[in-house]
Design a protein around this ligand. Structure first.
Ligand code: GLV
Length: 321
């Protein structure tokens, strides 16, 4: 029987599915494994189900001498050195599709929370200082009718655009490729260049993949193009935003607020974020509904089954070329 290693805790049903086909070395107690311990486990593995924070690099692959597939339990795969995998004929898969709606829901939630100061309001109420209702209390900015600027317009970006219509928002987008005119019409979305998007949007929302090319895609210069009353939402990846530059902009009130699910160097986060009232923070949970996380784990497992048990191409092959 072939061997599969699962590096982090998944659902019991994921393990049950894998055990129908493989000897499974799982980590259901979610123990923090050192690189050495992981290397030991993967030495004779045929397949590995990874999490988005496992670093799959040359060293990892050298340790996994028999591996033919890395099934990442995430749609993003910037944790994996694709070139190194391809060089060794290791298939890499991800979990697209199953999380689009949940991430889009969460992105809208962060947008509203940042615009309407929900985090700050809750902290205030919990502090016990609330004495009365008054007209000018915690005034926020409206989401309905505002201009949304989506950076990244793949499946998730398009799901966000659908939801934005329900809020009567005007949607601008910027991405590597302009989408088909029919899709633009259906979603009421208009393609613009990066600077125009930054200048016009009331809410700039990031949902593009991380790569060296998108490192600090939003930095000092970009933040200075944004409106003083604009909100930045990042549900993509840490590193796309220069967190230090963002903190300066939030402190100086050069933008209104931010809603962030991802951070440079997470799970460590720049402690200065914690002292700011005008930022809503969450611990990389945009896809984290129970049913979506189950579907992601099962998608990764199914990729392992297709390749290792059935000898078929995987369902979600990232490095096919
Ligand atoms: C989550 O961040 C993912 O890439 O699936």
């Amino acid at each position: 029987m072939k061997k599969v290693v699962v590096t982090r805790e998944v659902f019991d049903e994921t393990i049950e599915c894998l055990e129908e086909y493989f000897v499974v070395d799982a980590n259901q107690r979610d123990e923090k494994l050192s690189r050495e311990l992981i290397f030991d486990k993967i030495a004779d593995a045929d397949g590995i189900q990874t999490a988005s924070n496992d670093r799959v690099d040359e060293e990892f692959l050298a340790a996994a001498r028999n591996v033919s597939i890395i099934a990442n339990t995430a749609v993003g795969y910037n944790n994996i050195d694709l070139e190194a995998c391809s060089k060794r004929n290791v298939i890499v898969t991800n979990t697209p599709g199953v999380l689009d709606q949940s991430v889009a829901d969460f992105a809208i939630g962060l947008m509203i929370a940042a615009c309407r100061r929900m985090g700050e309001a809750e902290r205030y109420l919990r502090s016990g200082n609330w004495r009365s209702v008054y007209l000018k209390q915690m005034l926020g900015i409206d989401v309905h009718g505002a201009t949304l600027g989506l950076v990244g317009f793949g499946r998730i970006g398009q799901e966000i655009a659908k939801r934005a219509r329900g809020f009567s928002m005007r949607t601008l987008y910027h991405s590597r490729n302009q989408v088909d005119a029919n899709i633009e019409r259906q979603l009421g979305a208009e393609f613009v260049n990066k600077d125009d998007l930054l200048r016009q949007a009331d809410v700039v929302m990031l949902i593009l993949p991380y790569s060296p090319a998108t490192h600090h895609f939003i930095g000092e210069a970009e933040l200075s193009l944004m409106k003083e009353r604009a909100v930045l939402v990042n549900v993509a990846r840490g590193g796309i935003v220069d967190d230090s530059a963002l903190i300066r902009a939030l402190k100086d009130r050069r933008i209104y607020a931010a809603g962030l699910d991802v951070f440079e160097g997470e799970p460590a986060i720049n402690p200065e974020f914690l002292d700011l009232e005008n930022v809503v923070l969450s611990p990389h949970i945009a896809s984290g509904s129970e049913s979506t996380r189950k579907a992601m784990a099962m998608t990764a497992a199914n990729n392992l089954v297709e390749v290792l048990a059935h000898g078929r191409p995987p369902l979600n092959w990232v490095n096919r070329e």
